[in-house]
Design a protein. Structure first.
Length: 402
């Protein structure tokens, strides 16, 4: 009998309605990390700061998220998961309200860091769903929740772009209300899901180091994920400033249009899990990273037109998200009993890469404009492909360092 069979709520009925709610909640919560990207130019004007400083909002959010992944997500292996999901969703609502009410730029940065720190619910929902689903439905259930998460990432930029006429504070205020409603719905709908026995928080955190050194595949795919998401963030963070030059007064709306078009790429990405099972994780991952690199070539050559940027964005979203799902397919096959901790390690590396990409994209835009942004994004994709060419065999487990 697997460890999952001992978990309270692990075999509670997983109806289509409950699964749909989990997918919606994953998308709605992850969306909070991306509302700022189409609004950066408006926020910069509001606080009278330049593009370089405004880009720090995305960096702060991603650093906060990476910290939350390592500090909060492991709790799912040692605490009752429903309560953890509901409590964390309430914290997201509070953080979003703080963002909306920020009186100056320094407080906005601090509130963005807190918002990123608390927005770990999507990564709590994936292992929660994997445990709730019976083995013969686990792949499809996790795939649906991941699809909701991916669509949330793309649609959030589109919604905030089109809703920019409301003002950036209203966007965050509405997002806070949505999170409060999600917390109430989760409290009523989700079954409890407790681990076989409580694990001390300190023990959970200490075990992360051992998992990192014991699993070379985890280290390998964490690097690929970090490079993929660095390329993704390098493009999306400075995009609104690029559009401000070629579409004056229409930048946020153009980001919204690009976001909606990007959904087509994200919808194609969930095929990655199925392709990985058929053709192997490494081959599929390489194909998607190559697609991401190709996207930057298109963005460089056709970056002055909406059509060119939209095509490049769709290919980039498909490439990065396809690589991400391929990575997760491999990681979730490692150990069922520590899924939350594996998620925490992988996603921490993933969003640390995102913070690096946002910083690189902002700096590249400020110093040398759009061609430099495309060059930086292509370099991240190439770094992932180069590591993939070496292969996971080059990584061998080593004892933890003291």
């Amino acid at each position: 009998m697997s460890g999952d069979d001992h978990i309270e709520g692990a075999r509670a009925p997983l109806s289509f309605g409950l699964l749909g709610f989990l997918a919606f909640m994953a998308g709605a919560t992850v969306a909070n990390l991306y509302y700022a990207q189409p609004l950066l130019a408006e926020i910069a004007r509001s606080f009278h700061v330049d593009a370089g400083r405004a880009g720090l909002i995305a960096v702060a959010t991603q650093i906060g998220y990476a910290a939350g992944l390592i500090l909060i997500v492991p709790l799912g292996d040692g605490r009752e998961r429903k309560g953890l999901i509901v409590t964390t969703t309430i914290l997201i609502a509070v953080a979003l309200a703080l963002v909306a009410l920020s009186p100056d730029f320094a407080i906005l940065l601090a509130a963005s860091l807190f918002m990123g720190l608390s927005t770990t619910v999507p990564q709590l929902l994936v292992p929660y769903t994997a445990t709730l689903a019976p083995p013969d439905r686990r792949g499809r259930a996790v795939g649906l929740v991941m699809s909701g998460l991916l669509i949330g990432i793309i649609v959030s930029r589109a919604l905030s772009g089109f809703g920019s006429f409301l003002g950036w504070r209203v966007i965050y205020g509405l997002a806070a209300c949505v999170m409060a409603l999600c917390a109430g719905a989760a409290a009523g709908l989700l079954p409890r899901q407790s681990p076989p026995e409580p694990v001390a928080y300190g023990s959970l955190l200490r075990s992360l180091k051992g998992l990192w050194w014991e699993e070379p595949a985890l280290r390998f795919h964490a690097f690929l994920g970090a490079m993929g998401f660095a390329a993704f963030s390098d493009f999306w963070t400075p995009l609104v400033f690029h559009y401000s030059q070629i579409f004056p007064g229409e930048a946020s709306r153009m980001v919204g249009i690009t976001g909606f078009i990007g959904v087509s790429g994200a919808l194609a990405a969930p095929l990655s899990g199925r392709l990985s099972e058929r053709h192997g994780v490494l081959a599929v991952n390489g194909a998607f990273l190559l697609l991401a690199g190709t996207a930057f070539l298109i963005l460089w050559l056709q970056g002055d037109s909406l059509a060119g940027v939209a095509v490049g964005a769709a290919l980039l979203d498909a490439g990065v998200q396809g690589s991400h799902i391929s990575n997760q397919t491999r990681i979730y096959a490692l150990r069922a009993s520590v899924r939350n901790r594996l998620t925490a390690i992988y996603m921490t590396a993933y969003f640390a890469g995102g913070a690096m990409g946002s910083l690189a994209g902002t700096f590249a835009w400020k110093e040398a404009g759009w061609p430099a942004v495309c060059a930086a994004g292509g370099a991240f994709a190439l770094a992932g492909l180069s590591r993939l060419a070496v292969g996971v065999r080059g990584s061998r487990p080593r004892p933890p360092r003291v």
